[in-house]
Design a protein around this ligand. Sequence first.
Ligand SMILES: Cc1cc2nc3c(=O)[nH]c(=O)nc-3n(C[C@H](O)[C@H](O)[C@H](O)COP(=O)(O)OP(=O)(O)OC[C@H]3O[C@@H](n4cnc5c(N)ncnc54)[C@H](O)[C@@H]3O)c2cc1C
Length: 406
Amino acid sequence: MRIGVIGGGASGLVAAIYAASSLNEVVILERNNVCGKKLLVTGNGKCNYFNEDMTLNHYYSSSGEVLDRIVTLENQKEALSLFTKIGIWPKIKNGYYYPASNQAVSVRDALQLEAELLGVKIINNFLVEAIIKKDDKFIVNPLSNSLVFDKIILSTGGKAMPLSGSDGKGYDLAKSFDHTIIEPCPGLVSLCGAEKYFKDCSGVRCEVKLSLYENNQFIKSETGEAHFTDEGLSGICTFNLSSLVARGLSEGYQEEIVINFMPWLDSLSAVLEFLEDRSTKVTGRTLFQFFEGLYNYKLIKVLLAKAKINPEKYYDELNKKEKHALAKTIYAFNLKIIGTNSFDRAQICSGGVTLNEINPYTMESLKTSNLYLCGELLDVNGDCGGYNLVFAWISGMIAGKGAMND
Ligand SMILES: Cc1cc2nc3c(=O)[nH]c(=O)nc-3n(C[C@H](O)[C@H](O)[C@H](O)COP(=O)(O)OP(=O)(O)OC[C@H]3O[C@@H](n4cnc5c(N)ncnc54)[C@H](O)[C@@H]3O)c2cc1C
């Protein structure tokens, strides 16, 4: 049996490893001159490949019940054991798994070596433009340099960071087999705000709690370090809200982020109390100086401007209304979000081939027999923390086994 794996990224390499057996000829067709180009840049070049906390609330899909049958505890354990087997020793930091080598390239190389040791053939510089099914055989690129396979595993990725090779071509290939695509949106990406404050505090990093509101309705909050950029907000806590924002904006909803600059306090009155208490200890200082050591200078300016308070004033000089405005700005600084950065700058994309058209136990298409799909091409996305790679590993593993066994 000849199995063609379209795309030699994270999910394709794992699928090929599991599909390989003495009875099968497995061929990876990769458009780049190397496999796993995107893998090399994961985790800032260190590859965050797994997470200690694998609860499913870190994932999003419009077919959550199908996803539950894919990312099972058993599959997580088996995927993790592959990394032990190929020599990747974990270094775990705050629950995030990295290779002890600190090199993403070692993950890519170890996976590729395992595939090659199992006899997988890799053809680089091979762009798959079309696949047709004729008399139970799949013909890849029927019009030029055609190759014939009994089974196909589609592992082309989505359309985030297209320079890495995943430019959305996979959606066309899936569509040619009648699959439905949930509109792809950028994910794990920075957000663009409507206000002009951002330029004033560009470069500032600050611990915050971000709460996302859609059409004035609370959706989700995240706590962590936000990075202010020229256009808006970045950082892991922002990223974890971004795919929800992108989807909401694409559906015409109003998206607003409310920032709590004292994330350890959970009410406006607690912030007011904190300020009152600080004013008894930090005395003889203008308001600009009053916040010294608590916030970055650029941020102090922005907070006081937003609260419409003169930075030269003293805390004790503020009237009740001004104190309330200051506390409100610190506790619930609202930002209207008008967009996200593009797919070029996104780490992942949400949306993709609906899971409702996939058998979760084999990853086989319910539309076309002997066609398997895995990885980011599917309508699944995860938070920062290794979740997207875990889905690529697990779905690749199931697809590889599915193709080998059937
Ligand atoms: C900067 C950055 C950092 C990231 N860091 C992390 C992290 O630390 N942890 C984490 O979990 N996730 C991370 N991700 C996300 C993660 O890399 C992806 O979710 C994962 O790589 C998806 O795997 P995949 O196999 O579905 O797709 P990809 O890894 O994108 O692989 C798809 C492959 O298919 C090939 N291909 C596409 N179309 C064709 C075609 N028509 N013909 C032939 N070949 C084709 C592509 O060239 C590519 O090699 C990061 C992403 C980025 C961009």
